[in-house]
Write a protein that binds this ligand. Structure first.
Ligand code: GAR
Length: 210
């Protein structure tokens, strides 16, 4: 059984997609041990509570320094002994220590086709604003492993989504979530739970289903 920590900052629709996929059997041999938010008002925490999943808030604001927060965060995480950390709209940069300790065991969902519209400053609606400003006709979402860069880790899955005439950032964000994020994030977790994902020379290999 793959034990998962889901890290969130906001609404938690991706968390919901993961919980629903577990319930539906679309993710097998995996369970969420804990949901952690940096923001105590994140609706994602309520979603977890409703499901009876342990949920906690650890906010940098409650610590005197970033180092203190990083230490507390790692200590808290270690209690749950998870196999996989899923960043589902988590807007805090993870401490390097966690990234090293959980190498190739942290995944992130990003709302564009990496390497477009990613990196520092590209998160949430800003990504879709940038895509519309550039006038791309296709956008999408990417699930990738997290390394020490911003959105630079090995790509696990991507899905393209059409940009339509008259799209606003909000409309496009919703379509990217519905058509891509809520599908590829649960799918990636299921593949990892089945032991089908490996990283070779910085690239992801997905084993054929036997
Ligand atoms: C999602 O669109 C996710 O891709 C994005 O934040 C949103 C969270 O929504 N993440 C990033 O932009 C990371 N760079 P949710 O809380 O409803 O899942």
């Amino acid at each position: 059984m793959l034990k998962i920590a889901v890290l969130v900052s906001g609404g938690g629709t991706n968390l919901q997609a993961i919980m629903d996929a577990i319930d539906a059997g679309d993710i097998q041999d995996a369970a969420i041990s804990v949901v952690i938010s940096n923001n105590k008002n994140a609706f994602a925490l309520e979603r977890a509570a409703k499901k009876g999943i342990e949920n906690i808030c650890i906010s940098p604001k409650d610590y005197e320094s970033r180092e203190d927060f990083n230490r507390a965060f790692l200590e808290k995480l270690e209690i749950y002994q998870v196999d996989l950390i899923v960043l589902a709209g988590f807007l805090v940069v993870l401490p390097g220590e966690i990234i090293t300790r959980y190498e190739n065991r942290i995944i992130n969902i990003h709302p564009s086709l990496i390497p477009s519209f990613c990196g520092k400053g590209f998160y949430g609606l800003k990504v879709h604003e940038a895509a519309l400003l550039r006038g791309v006709k296709i956008t999408g979402a990417t699930v990738h492993f997290v390394d020490k860069g911003t959105d630079t880790g090995p790509i696990i899955l991507q899905k393209a989504v059409e940009v339509k005439e008259g799209d606003t950032p909000e409309i496009l964000q919703r379509r990217v979530m519905e058509e891509a994020e809520w599908k590829i994030l649960p799918r990636a977790i299921d593949l990892i739970a089945k032991g089908r994902v490996s990283v070779i020379d910085g690239k992801v290999n997905i084993k054929e289903e036997i």
